[in-house]
Design a protein around this ligand. Structure first.
Ligand SMILES: [Zn+2]
Length: 158
């Protein structure tokens, strides 16, 4: 596995509509492994392939309930609405409040090419919606009703 570089807002790849994965092969599996390693190393709860410069519909998520890998995910049901705080590894200097569906259902393929279904609410539902937005070139700052600069810790010069 290898840790990948996370690109930040301003990089045009983040604004592309990512392409579907047509064939799940060794490259796809390697990318999934590398994305998970990158997400954990960055203390993130989710990472979409465009965030590592790969414009493909692939997402990894772990909100503390175990790793979930989504290939070609599609949200098939949305219910309710909830406003919660969000941040993004590709927008390191801001956090914001975003309105999302409270409950969602999502269909996707796993790394073995098996069609799967996920029903979620709470932080997992928010993470899925946030990461799937990345696949359509949408960042949370586009949707945030409140945007706050993050306090940055000054780095000491030695
Ligand atoms: Zn993000």
């Amino acid at each position: 596995m290898a840790k990948l570089d996370i690109i930040v807002a301003g990089n045009p790849v983040l604004r592309l509509k990512a392409k579907e994965v047509e064939r799940i092969d060794k490259k796809t599996v390697r990318l999934l492994n590398d994305m998970a390693e990158t997400m954990y190393a960055a203390d993130g709860v989710g990472l979409a392939a465009p965030q590592v410069g790969v414009s493909r519909r692939i997402v990894v998520i772990d909100v503390g309930e175990g790793l979930i890998e989504l290939i070609n995910p599609v949200i098939t049901k949305r219910e309710g609405s909830v406003v919660g705080g969000e941040g993004c590894l590709s927008v390191p200097n801001f956090e914001g409040e975003v309105e999302r569906a409270e409950y969602i259902e999502c269909e996707f393929f796993d790394r073995k090419g098996k069609r799967m279904k996920l029903a979620s609410d709470g932080i997992l539902a928010i993470a899925v919606q946030h990461e799937l937005d990345h696949l359509d070139g949408i960042l949370f700052i586009d949707k945030a009703t409140v945007l706050t600069p993050k306090e940055t810790v000054p780095v000491g010069i030695e």
